[in-house]
Design a protein around this ligand. Structure first.
Ligand code: PMP
Ligand code: GLN
Length: 377
């Protein structure tokens, strides 16, 4: 793991704390999720659910994940064989790659990529092959994606809605990924942790619902984003039974089990009404609009995100030439933290002056951040 120092999130949160800056760097909400699930976690602790849960996850959560996939996407899963609970999506990603890849196998993914992808691929001794998504529209380039595939391709690691760009992959882009995965007989591992943070009436389309894909797709999600409880670390992976069993084998020796009393609370959360899900999306879309207009007001080109709680802006207009330097100085300069997109790239030049800001913060925090950023004009 040489070359993988501390994560950019740890670095920028450290600087934010040191300088008392508003932390629009690390993506975590500053308000907790629905009262019902917080109470359910307390009740689970008080009722003695504090020892090791079952290896695959508590039955009510396995069933709740299956019911959620049926309710929102019409996906049918056998909760006992086709769902596995993990310690956040992070463990699901690592365990899935470790389960599917032998050393030297290739993983196709897009850059910028969420940082744990590169690390998990390295842990498996696999090789990363990427296709660049370019600011401001972050469209998939067919030629470069095709070129990333080879006869060593084992899996495609997809993330939609996409961190850090906020991109929601279009149906045409998903169809292209399906065609290439099928041509190369590759698995698709899809990270859908932002599945409920999709704006402007766009729909989240799980790639496993496209023709011929259910049998070659493992779908990952997590409670952290949907219910604003990022510290609970309850995630899950679902898909064909044999592949889920392989992931379970790896998971046994990474963490064995995790998050005991939070699992029944998340099960309750997944069953909450449509109004709860819609309310979360609406409130996050409003926050997006606040931050996008603040960034535009100071003259920055912005890629308006269709999903997630991140927005990418080009800070070249402020005279910056390197986003990493810019972000290291920002907390002490104006009291705001962001994250340089370049650290999520192999091709650093593709994002030399791009900065990601998180808008999952209270409205007055966003407004104050806008005031502070305007000092940069
Ligand atoms: N995937 C993506 C794209 C993320 O942004 C994150 C960060 N929250 C994760 C996975 C990790 O999720 P978790 O906190 O559930 O491990
Ligand atoms: N997923 C969050 C982000 O992208 C934070 C993850 C982390 O701190 N590792 O900001």
């Amino acid at each position: 793991m040489q070359g993988f120092g501390s994560t950019i999130f740890a670095e920028m949160t450290g600087l934010a704390v040191e300088h008392g800056a508003l932390n629009l760097g690390q993506g975590f909400p500053d308000t907790d999720g629905p009262r019902e699930i917080l109470d359910a976690a307390k009740a689970a602790i008080d009722s003695g659910r504090n020892q090791y849960p079952p290896g695959a996850g508590v039955p009510e959560l396995l069933e709740a994940v299956a019911a959620h996939q049926r309710r929102f996407y019409g996906i049918e899963l056998d909760p006992r064989r086709e769902v596995l609970v993990t310690v956040g999506a992070t463990e699901a990603i690592a365990a899935t790659i470790l389960a599917l890849c032998e050393a030297g196998d290739e993983v196709v993914t897009f850059e910028p990529y969420y940082d744990s992808y590169a690390a998990s691929i390295a842990l498996a001794g696999a090789v990363r092959r990427t296709s660049v998504l370019r600011f401001p529209d972050f469209a998939v380039d067919e030629e470069s994606l095709r070129a990333a595939f080879s006869d060593r391709t084992r899996l495609v690691l997809l993330n939609t809605p996409h961190n850090p760009t906020g991109k929601v992959f279009t149906r045409d882009e998903l169809d292209l990924i399906c065609r290439l995965a099928q041509e190369h007989d590759a698995w698709v591992v899809t990270d859908e942790v932002y599945e409920h943070l999709v704006f402007d009436g766009l729909a989240h389309v799980p790639i496993s619902t496209l023709p011929g894909m259910a049998e070659r797709t493992l779908t990952i999600s997590s409670a952290g984003k949907t219910f604003s409880v990022t510290g609970w670390k309850v995630g899950w992976v679902s898909g064909p039974a044999e592949a889920v069993a392989a992931v379970r084998t790896v998971k046994q020796f990474l963490t064995y089990v995790g998050s005991g009393p939070f699992q029944p609370a998340v099960a309750l959360g997944l069953g909450l009404g449509d109004d709860v899900y819609a309310g979360l999306t609406r409130s996050m879309q409003d926050k997006r609009d606040v931050l996008v207009s603040a960034l535009r007001d100071i003259g920055l080109p912005v890629a308006v995100p269709g999903g997630t709680y991140f927005v990418v802006a080009d800070v070249a207009a402020l005279g910056a030439t390197d986003a990493l330097d810019f972000c290291r100085a920002l907390p002490s300069r104006v009291g705001v933290a962001g994250v340089p997109v370049s650290v999520f790239h192999d091709d650093v030049d593709a994002a030399r002056t791009l900065v990601r800001f998180a808008f999952c913060k209270q409205d007055d925090v966003l407004r104050e951040a806008a005031v502070r950023l305007s000092a940069l004009r």
